[in-house]
Design a binder for this molecule. Structure first.
Ligand SMILES: Cc1cc2nc3c(=O)[nH]c(=O)nc-3n(C[C@H](O)[C@H](O)[C@H](O)COP(=O)(O)OP(=O)(O)OC[C@H]3O[C@@H](n4cnc5c(N)ncnc54)[C@H](O)[C@@H]3O)c2cc1C
Length: 493
């Protein structure tokens, strides 16, 4: 018999909703805590910049039992994703499990097992003991705040400096000279939005050109080209045995040619040379969660001169002039810093953080979900990907079984530590791109990661019967729904 437990779910974004459903469904008592006034996490409306939309196509950004509405576009806008997440919460009656406006300030492991959470709601503090904690706080909860020399003189002269998440209304830049710093998609989304909404000028400053993938590559939706098992197998994955390494070595010239072909297409289609934006790194070495999708309108705006790109960074502000590291001077009224978020688990005690995070920032997590030295705790959403909703749902279903000792392959601490060391070694020595975000990214190895999770759970079915579809099409939420349903089911009592 599996004993019913009290489980805290911290965070009410995609991952928190997935976790609440998975633990509730097995009969556990779920206590969800979300510090914002609303569900949605990064898609919560007050945190989104205008025109934000998904990078993933809609059928790759949904839960297995809840497709996005037919009338949504292929790449839904932020408010549509927010509405979709609410509809999922309603469908499964998840609202009853959460306390909104409730911040988890810290948590301590109890000697008798479980954790004590320190909570705060509207100035009131209290504590709650739970048997298990599912951490679902994502990678984008705490702004990365940076400043450059002379920022005070810029502000004193009437300039405005903001983090990308604070750019919530195009009225903020109307008639103004805007400079956006950062190489990510949020930087280009904001630059394009500003250029299209009446900014007097827009400069976009980034350190290095990186490969950007357009929604359509050579006229084909990228989901049909880049999300396939056949494509995934061309990247240097972990845990290859001697035979697989030999096959990889034999196929290397073909793989090389495939990626050079893709690079050539991207260079031609986007005109990368013209804008000095050809990346130095081969595309196959760079693909990870940080690879941005091309913001629609970016290259059109570069062509029309509505956005000017500058490679480098800010060196200093001097009144309303920003001098770049390459020496260019740009006059500006608004400086938007699209420099990302601070990855972290601020509510964990320092001693526990030391067990979790290596000195170089890499996380020690088995299946990107648990650390054997931190019992009664797991992470949902730390396996972020190009289809994070599905990834979160998959790992949430794994985590509840792990907690209940119901995995078909329930790992020992020693086996988890051995696997963690193997993965760290692979990330550091074979695939440096996998170190992005503390190593908390399963892309581009979606199929391999899901294969492992399903095998652990004892799924009766792990691949589609149509072998062609399995090799040459994207991870389908419907298929993964069926695979999850084929796992041994149980109820806690
Ligand atoms: C603009 C943008 C576009 C994106 N597009 C895609 C895409 O197309 N495809 C894709 O796969 N991924 C995309 N992502 C990645 C995205 O982060 C994930 O898809 C997913 O939304 C992450 O959900 P999450 O629940 O793990 O984290 P979040 O959405 O960050 O949610 C975490 C929640 O935890 C809460 N929280 C944090 N700390 C505490 C605390 N101490 N106490 C209580 N609550 C707390 C936060 O308030 C937040 O609501 C995008 C991200 C951004 C920013």
């Amino acid at each position: 018999m599996v004993k019913r437990k009290t489980v805290a779910v911290i965070g009410g974004g995609v991952s928190g909703l997935a976790a609440a459903k998975a633990f509730d469904e097995r009969g556990h008592r779920v206590l969800g805590f979300e510090r914002s006034h609303d569900f949605g996490g990064v898609w919560e409306l007050s945190r989104s910049y205008p025109d934000v939309q998904t990078q993933s196509p809609k059928d790759l950004y949904c839960f297995t039992d809840h497709p996005m509405p037919d009338d949504y576009p292929e790449w839904p806008k932020g408010p549509q994703v927010h509405g979709y997440l609410h509809s999922y919460a309603e469908k499964h009656n998840l609202g009853r499990l959460f306390r909104l406006n409730t911040n988890v300030k810290d948590m301590k492991r109890r000697a008798d097992g479980g954790w004590t959470l320190a909570l705060e709601e509207a100035g009131q503090n209290w504590q709650r003991d739970v048997d298990f904690v599912a951490v679902c706080t994502g990678q984008f909860s705490d702004k990365n705040i940076i400043s450059h020399p002379g920022q005070e003189s810029f502000v004193a002269a009437g300039g405005e400096v903001m983090h990308s998440s604070e750019y919530t209304d195009p009225a903020m830049i109307k008639g103004k000279r805007v400079v956006v710093l950062g190489g990510s998609k949020s930087a280009t989304d904001i630059a394009v939005n500003a250029a299209n909404n009446g900014a007097q000028s827009v400069h976009w400053v980034y350190l290095e050109p990186v490969w950007r993938v357009p929604y359509f590559v050579g006229g084909i939706n990228f989901k049909r080209l880049l999300y396939m098992r056949a494509q995934e197998q061309q990247f240097n994955a972990w845990g290859k045995n001697a035979l697989q390494r030999m096959v990889a070595a034999l196929l290397k010239p073909l793989v090389w040619a495939n990626f050079r072909g893709l690079e050539m297409m991207l260079k031609m289609q986007l005109g990368l040379r013209k804008y000095g934006m050809v990346p130095k790194t081969p595309i196959e070495n760079e693909v990870s969660c940080s690879v941005p999708i091309v913001t629609p309108g970016l290259f059109e705006a570069l062509k029309a001169g509505k956005i000017k790109n500058i490679q480098g960074s800010f060196d200093h502000y001097d009144g309303k002039t920003i001098t770049m590291t390459g020496g260019e001077k740009v006059d500006a009224d608004v400086s938007i810093l699209a420099v990302g978020w601070k990855l972290g688990v601020p509510y964990l005690p320092e001693a526990d953080k030391d067990k979790l995070i290596e000195e170089d920032g890499q996380y020690r997590v088995y299946r990107l979900a648990v650390n054997p030295d931190l019992p009664d705790l797991g992470f949902v959403g730390f396996n972020s990907s190009f289809c994070t909703v599905l990834s979160a749902e998959m790992i949430a279903n794994w985590l509840v079984r792990y907690m209940d000792g119901q995995l078909a392959n329930q790992p020992s601490d020693a086996a988890m530590n051995e696997n963690i060391e193997m993965m760290l070694d692979w990330k550091r020595n074979e695939r440096p791109a996998a170190q992005i975000y503390g190593g908390l990214c399963s892309a581009p190895f979606h199929f391999k990661h899901f294969d492992e999770i399903l095998s652990d759970m004892g799924a009766g079915k792990r691949t589609r019967s149509n072998l062609l579809a399995e090799q040459f099409s994207y991870p389908s939420h419907k298929a993964y729904g069926a695979f999850l349903a084929s796992c041994p089911q149980y109820q806690a009592e």
